[in-house]
Design a protein around this ligand. Structure first.
Ligand code: SER
Length: 320
């Protein structure tokens, strides 16, 4: 049995991960931690306990851990890359201050901690293709700075205090459930909405801008499998490269056109997102995750596209 606290449970990853964890650990407490104004609704509210847990408030984290005898914390609180550039101080407060609060509670109360890192933890000096697990991490964005700091701080808490910290570097995550917001990879979600609604998609990134991506079911599995992995096999901890696919706007557009032949896309340059995307890798090498905890994605661009279009048509009530 596991008792789990998810901080940021109503966000892009949290709203799906919380439901999946409740299925995986039916005998345990799987607590949806939310901030004021982002309370859980519907099935998320009804399927298990929830608590107000603002990651910048260490006491709230500690109280929730005590109340539900939490042994594992999923720390999903973050501002995505473009939003973080608009609010760098807040991005640091949540990404690093919040992680520090979480790690301190974990140290005192003996919890394991998962904190996602990102392709955003790399920068212009990083090898762009098949980016290795262990390489240069000098990001240009505040989002990336918080992620690299988070990786190092988490490893420090494991080395120094024996806290069980683990993490993956997520690529752009694609899902039909909770929309992302303020990220650089969001276009790869938005494009499916346009295709299903019959709208022309305004693509913010130039053709030739390659980034790693992953369908949400694979991302949820990665987050659970890394926390279940045999620690004796883990050479790395914070944080593992994981990926499912790498594409640019032209490739995803052409793939969608195979199923929506009259779909139209035009380019509408967003200089901030383009600069961020240009500083990130084209494709990651996730060999270490495959070797150390048997990571393997299930979805590729084609199977993801088929499922996204099907699920979004159902969600939006659009006939084929
Ligand atoms: N999806 C994130 C972003 O675009 C990257 O991890 O900001």
């Amino acid at each position: 049995m596991k008792n789990i606290l998810i901080i940021g449970a109503t966000g892009q990853i949290g709203s799906e991960l919380t439901m999946k964890l409740r299925q995986e650990y039916p005998g345990g407490n799987v607590v949806a931690g939310y901030i004021k104004g982002a309370e859980p609704k519907g099935a998320l509210a009804e399927s298990g306990p929830s608590e107000e847990v603002d990651i910048t408030n260490a006491q709230q984290i500690a109280d929730a851990v005590d109340k539900y005898k939490v042994d594992t914390i999923y720390n999903l609180a973050a501002l995505l890359s473009a939003t973080a550039e608009a609010k760098p101080q807040l991005a640091w407060k949540i990404g690093v201050g919040g992680l520090f609060n979480t790690l301190e509670v974990a140290r005192e109360k003996n919890c394991a901690v998962f904190t996602p890192s990102s392709i955003g933890s790399f920068g212009k000096g990083t090898p762009k293709d098949r980016t290795p697990q262990d390489t240069i991490q000098r990001p240009d964005t505040i989002y990336g700075v918080t992620k690299v700091t988070g990786e190092m701080l988490s490893d420090y808490y494991t080395r120094r205090f024996g806290v069980d910290t683990r993490s993956v570097r997520f690529p752009g995550l694609i899902s039909y459930v909770a929309p992302p917001g303020g990220g650089t990879t969001d276009y790869a979600v938005d494009i499916y909405y346009s295709a299903v609604k019959g709208e022309t998609f305004q693509c913010p990134l130039n053709p030739g801008t390659f980034m790693d991506m992953m369908y949400m079911p694979d991302a949820l599995r990665a987050a659970i499998e890394i926390m279940e992995a045999n620690p004796d096999r883990l050479i790395h901890r914070n944080s593992f490269n994981v990926t499912s696919m790498s594409f640019d706007p032209e490739i995803i557009y052409k793939k969608i056109c195979e199923y929506v032949p009259d779909f139209k896309m035009e380019y509408k340059h967003d200089p901030l997102r383009q600069a961020i995307a240009d500083s990130w890798p084209n494709s990651l090498d996730d060999t270490c995750a495959r070797e150390e905890w048997d990571w393997k994605p299930e979805y590729d661009l084609d199977s993801m596209t088929v499922d996204m279009l099907k699920q979004l048509r159902l969600k939006l009530g659009v006939e084929k």
